[in-house]
Design a protein around this ligand. Structure first.
Ligand SMILES: Nc1ncnc2c1ncn2[C@@H]1O[C@H](COP(=O)(O)OP(=O)(O)OP(=O)(O)O)[C@@H](O)[C@H]1O
Ligand SMILES: [Mg+2]
Length: 300
């Protein structure tokens, strides 16, 4: 038996229903039958274009919203039926990091206060030990502890995202759910943050759910990846396999658009991996995920 995954997402579904006067309601299937596992210490990428349901899935996983159906288990336990005490533990073990740290950091508070807050809320340590912990956390994210005295407006975008990470790490989580954590940053700053995430994952044995529309970041940071389109996973595989031989036309499209595929078409050994060009979203609703090669799944 393989070890139990840290996070198990099981046939997750989230519909938004917009009611209209005297007309049929409009149903958006934001997340539609999404399943995947993340093992402890693993870095998993969720990619897809705008509106494909990535944030909605993340919000369900973080228990910020209830799914219409399906389940999310953390360390084997459903997060929707947990006791309050267990939920408190879950809040420590699974931490979100969002795109815009400016909105997640209180502008009136110093860095020291913001990073201390989760420790205070969860009643961890004494005043002195918390102060030492904050210095340690700032070091961990590559900032001089002297930054503790600053306020968010005195920091660059990259520094703010480092602070958001320090805050997320304060309680020693096992999983970070990162929703487009670097898309608001310049490419070079984004690369620094991604490298920091790589290092943190290794040093702290952190699992990452990394959500992005940027395939280059996924290739750099993750070991497995799922591609979402219109609420559904259309392909999932090891990152190596997905980039070497995408099977779903939509994955192919994404890779081509990012300039990560075209060069391969010239290689006759890889050209066979080119998928059919005629598949639309309709097919994804009908076709099940099929294991095209071991541990590589696609709706083809
Ligand atoms: N609160 C809501 N009420 C109604 N519809 C919603 C709500 N939140 C999301 N949606 C819809 O659900 C779908 C998925 O949205 P979601 O934000 O999850 O996509 P995304 O993949 O995160 O996109 P982006 O890359 O732009 O962040 C979209 O059609 C969106 O309009
Ligand atoms: Mg989103």
């Amino acid at each position: 038996m393989p070890p139990r995954p840290l996070l198990h997402v099981d046939r997750l579904e989230k519909q938004f229903i917009r009611r209209r006067l005297l007309r049929a309601p409009v149903v958006t299937r934001a997340v539609d039958d999404v399943s995947f596992d993340i093992r402890g210490g693993e870095s998993f990428g969720l990619v897809g274009e705008s509106g494909s349901g990535k944030t909605t899935a993340a919000r369900c996983i973080l228990r910020l919203t209830r799914p219409t159906s399906g389940d999310v288990r953390f360390d084997g336990e459903s997060i929707y039926t947990m006791s309050r005490a267990r939920l408190r533990t879950l809040r420590r073990a699974m931490q979100p990091v969002f795109q815009d740290p400016y909105s997640s950091l209180d502008p009136r508070r110093t860095v020291q206060q913001s990073v201390t807050e989760p420790l205070v809320v969860h009643e961890v340590g004494t005043r002195e030990s918390r102060r030492a912990r904050v210095a340690e956390l700032l070091n961990l994210v590559g900032l001089d502890p002297a930054y503790g005295a600053r306020k968010p407006h005195e920091l660059s975008g990259g520094q703010r995202q480092r602070i958001a990470l320090a805050r997320a790490l304060a309680l020693g989580p096992r999983l970070l759910v990162l929703d487009e954590p670097v898309s608001a940053l310049d490419a070079s700053v984004a690369a620094q943050i991604v490298n920091l995430l790589l290092r943190l994952r290794q040093d702290l044995n952190l699992a990452l759910l990394f959500i992005t529309h940027d395939l280059r970041l996924v290739r750099h940071l993750t070991t497995r990846v799922a591609v979402m389109r219109a609420g559904r996973i259309v392909e999932s595989a090891s990152t190596l396999a997905l980039f070497a031989s995408p099977h779903h036309p939509y994955t192919h499209e994404l890779l081509s658009a990012a300039g990560l595929w075209k060069e391969r078409l010239a290689d006759p050994d890889l050209a066979h991996a080119g998928p059919r060009a005629d598949s639309g979203v309709g097919d994804d609703r009908v076709l099940p995920l099929r294991e095209v090669t071991p541990a590589h799944w696609a709706r083809v």
